[in-house]
Design a protein around this ligand. Structure first.
Ligand SMILES: C[S@@+](CC[C@H](N)C(=O)[O-])C[C@H]1O[C@@H](n2cnc3c(N)ncnc32)[C@H](O)[C@@H]1O
Length: 257
């Protein structure tokens, strides 16, 4: 918590809006995607998806993966409470939708499905999108599958396995967009990143959630942006976003959304 507070103060001091951005690629991304105020009709579907989960009174046994929860004790959890506490926030869910839409990402990978809030956003982002999403907990994956089906989101494959298992089986597949939203452990996040270097192409984007969750996550983020294959990195505080565009000189931006 202290690490997050200190990091946030530093972030605010360093961060810029569109006026401080001297890269045409990043300027366009900020103005046409981050700051896009269009009320997309898909936002209504996302709202209704969240509302339905929040009204679900059932309790499920959840197997904890990754770093566990700072909110929940025990393994019996209410679907509504998981949606509220562990699920992606509305603002970020819309931004994730816009990122998929802006980049027209087709082959998408999400690490950490939970109840499918991010999955739904990615699924709706582009009619050509196909979303692979990985969730270790069998009961969580099952509920997510049921809800995604209920909302007729069909361009999705939920892989019920650990991140490590998934990566060992898909080391050659190329993804346009990868969203890492689970297992917020610095060493393992760095390991996932190194493994993803085989899964990216020149125009891929990787989004890391919670880069200031702990000191070791921030250290991992620093190592990721220093990697020679990463040419462009953007710190938005909650998310760290990296690109591999060879035509781009190596640059780092700190941007308030
Ligand atoms: C923060 S939640 C994901 C939130 C989700 N993306 C959303 O949009 O609401 C993280 C999820 O990742 C799963 N997870 C964490 N570490 C994992 C691992 N090593 N293997 C498989 N699943 C994992 C957890 O079970 C949890 O459901």
């Amino acid at each position: 918590m202290i690490h997050q507070a200190k990091s946030y103060i530093k972030f605010v001091r360093l961060s810029k809006n569109k006026h401080g951005v001297h890269s045409p690629f990043v300027y366009d991304l900020v103005t046409k995607c981050f700051n896009d105020k269009t009320k997309y009709p898909e936002y209504q579907i996302l709202k209704s998806y969240r509302k339905t989960l929040l009204a679900d009174p059932s309790t499920i046994e959840m197997k904890d993966f990754g770093q566990g929860s700072r909110v929940f004790k025990g393994t019996a959890r209410k679907v509504a409470a998981v949606t509220k506490n562990a699920g992606m926030k509305k603002k970020r869910q819309k931004l994730l939708f816009r990122l998929g839409y802006y980049f027209m990402s087709e082959n998408i990978l999400e690490m950490g499905t939970s109840l499918g809030l991010g999955t739904a956003a990615l699924s709706l982002s582009n009619k050509y999108a196909f979303v692979n999403t990985v969730e270790g907990c069998p009961n969580t994956a099952k509920i997510a599958g049921e809800y995604l089906k209920k909302f007729k989101l069909k361009n999705i494959h939920i892989h019920q396995e650990t991140f490590k298992e998934y990566l060992s089986l898909h080391s050659e597949e190329k993804f346009d967009l990868i969203f890492i939203d689970g297992d917020h452990n610095g060493e393992r996040t760095l390991g996932y990143f190194n493994s993803f270097l085989n899964n990216v192409h020149n125009d891929s984007v990787i989004i890391f959630d919670d880069i200031y969750w702990t000191k070791d996550m921030t250290e991992a983020w620093q190592k990721i942006i220093a990697n020679e294959k990463v040419t462009l990195s953007i710190d938005t505080f909650q998310w760290g976003i990296v690109f591999f565009r060879k035509e781009q000189p190596k640059q780092h931006f700190t941007i308030r959304i």
